[in-house]
Design a protein around this ligand. Structure first.
Ligand SMILES: [Zn+2]
Length: 106
């Protein structure tokens, strides 16, 4: 009796369906940086262009950490971070919904 479940589970099924579509999900930020290299006579560095790199910064146990991201993974990673933000929005809405439900239950 699926329809009955949906109406009494406080939105659990709907929430799970929503976050299932938001996988893969991540939290953090991707920054583009331009760094000099170690080559002695690099034209890009001599011209001030340097070399493009991408860095993911994220928190682990309250500490900020950084990782280099291969350029071909940047788009997928940014999508995952956008998914993570949507999941956080859903969780925020969940808190408000719980309080409203509790009020109605009294
Ligand atoms: Zn260089």
């Amino acid at each position: 009796m699926k329809t009955h479940q949906v109406s009494t589970d406080g939105g659990r099924e709907r929430f799970l369906a929503q976050i299932a579509r938001l996988w893969p999900a991540a939290k953090g930020s991707v920054a583009e940086v331009h760094k000099p290299c170690v080559r002695a006579r690099c034209r890009a560095c001599a011209a001030g262009r340097k070399h493009r790199a991408f860095i993911l910064s994220y928190k682990e146990g309250g500490r900020r950490r950084c990782l280099y991201v291969p350029a071909e993974r940047v788009a997928a990673l940014r999508t995952a971070i956008a998914h993570g933000r949507k999941i956080e929005q859903l969780l925020s809405q969940g808190g408000a919904a719980l309080v409203k439900q509790a009020r109605q239950g009294r």
